[in-house]
Design a protein around this ligand. Structure first.
Ligand SMILES: *Cc1c(COP(=O)(O)O)cnc(C)c1O
Length: 387
């Protein structure tokens, strides 16, 4: 069987694993050693040292992640934001211009609008699904187009193939934050994206116990990013590598469950009289349903919805819930619930949030691995207590 044709669940277990096993250990041990014996490395970047991202715990992750997305190469980083910032700073210099999707992950949005402004990197926000808008904002200095597979918190899906075609015809690098989809639901390299970025803190690790990131894609580009990361220092610690490696092995079974549960809960909420609007790309009522169906193998466990009535109702609802934990972040085994206006999008002004369609009544749910019937019962009883 060619390794490329193996199914994702098989690759999750076997891709990149050291052969022969180290001392016969079925689980790769943690190499808790900052430096390694010199064996004639010719370049600084090939010296074996934790910050240079090349210990056995890094290497197994790099190979596994690349195999998962059918890409050439991968690199893990100390957080999702280390992956985002290091990647963008590798390809953008003062004077360059970036096209990025409106309503980005809050941290990415602040990085671009605050830090890039100070550094003299130009940017424009574009709609994910309107190529005319991309054309309008294109400049001679444009170098990169940046999207998110499923955006936060409105779960919009861009015209993914359109983005790639546009990037190719204007010689731009195409970058996509694939965190919300995970490689189970979308593999950017297969469609033609140059690079895919993940916050591994979310679905890839899946257990809400580490912060980590990754960038996956063409090997010449990943090599450039690796050298930048070696200088900026956002390396993933071997113990965190070990936990990410362990979490990754169950990604396929977790994601299959979360795809199913997310869909069931979205349908339940959509039919509930106290809910105004449900954002879930698997629902036919979602504005990007057709794009989502065309490109994604599943719709994930992420959804958002608005409760009818005043803000107090939202607090009443959140306080009445017994299973979901009120906390930011997502993609773990526990169901988490948050209000983007207080957490992920707190960095935006109220004006910016309003423009982005993020109302104060918007609630985001990351469906975990509890039984969906229990979660639905809990949502039902909490909704009864408001309004
Ligand atoms: C969480 C997240 C990030 C940032 O990741 P960290 O691991 O918290 O640094 C980036 N993009 C998306 C879509 C995220 O959800």
């Amino acid at each position: 069987m060619s390794k490329k044709n193996q199914k994702l669940s098989t690759k999750l277990i076997h891709a990149g694993e050291k052969k022969p096993l180290v001392e016969g250990a079925v689980s790769l041990p943690i190499f808790q050693s900052s430096t390694f014996e010199y064996t004639g490395a010719k370049s600084y970047h090939d010296l074996k040292y934790i910050r240079l991202n090349n210990t056995p715990n890094h290497n197994v992750l790099h190979q596994k992640l690349a195999a998962l997305e059918n890409a050439e190469s991968a690199l893990v980083t100390s957080s999702g934001m280390a992956a985002v910032s290091t990647t963008l700073l590798t390809f953008l210099s003062p004077g360059d211009h970036l096209l990025c999707q409106e309503v980005l992950y809050g941290g990415t949005y602040s990085l671009i609008t605050n830090d890039f402004t100070k550094m003299g990197i130009q940017f424009d926000f574009i709609s994910g699904d309107d190529p005319n808008d991309w054309e309008d904002k294109l400049k001679p200095e444009t170098k990169v187009i940046y999207m998110e597979t499923i955006s936060n918190p409105l779960l919009r899906v861009p015209d993914l193939k359109g983005v790639i075609n546009f990037a190719k015809s204007h010689k731009l690098l195409s970058l996509i934050d694939n965190t919300f989809a995970s490689p189970i639901n979308f593999r950017p390299a297969e469609l033609g994206f140059d690079l895919s970025i993940h916050s591994c803190t979310k679905y890839l690790n899946g257990h809400s116990d580490i912060v980590a990131g990754a960038v996956i894609g063409r090997s010449n580009l990943v090599d450039e990013i690796r050298q930048k990361l070696n200088h900026l220092g956002g390396t993933l610690d071997p113990h965190a590598c070990f936990l990410l490696h362990r979490g990754l092995k169950t990604l396929a079974v977790r994601m299959a469950w979360q795809n199913t549960s997310g869909f069931k809960i979205a349908q339940f909420l959509e039919n509930h009289p106290k809910i105004d609007k449900v954002n879930y790309p698997g629902l036919e009522t979602h504005s990007n349903y057709t794009l989502a169906k065309k490109y994604l193998d599943g719709f994930s466990g992420m959804l958002s919805f608005e409760i009818k009535g005043e803000i107090d109702e939202v607090d009443k609802f959140l306080n009445a819930l017994e299973l979901p934990i009120n906390a930011p972040s997502l993609g773990g085994v526990e169901t988490l619930i948050t209000r983007p206006c207080r957490t992920s999008h707190r960095g935006l002004t109220q004006e910016e949030r309003k423009k982005a369609g993020i109302s104060d009544n918007l609630i985001r749910l990351s469906v975990g691995l509890e039984d969906p019937e229990d979660l639905i019962q809990d949502l039902e009883q909490a909704l009864e207590k408001c309004g």
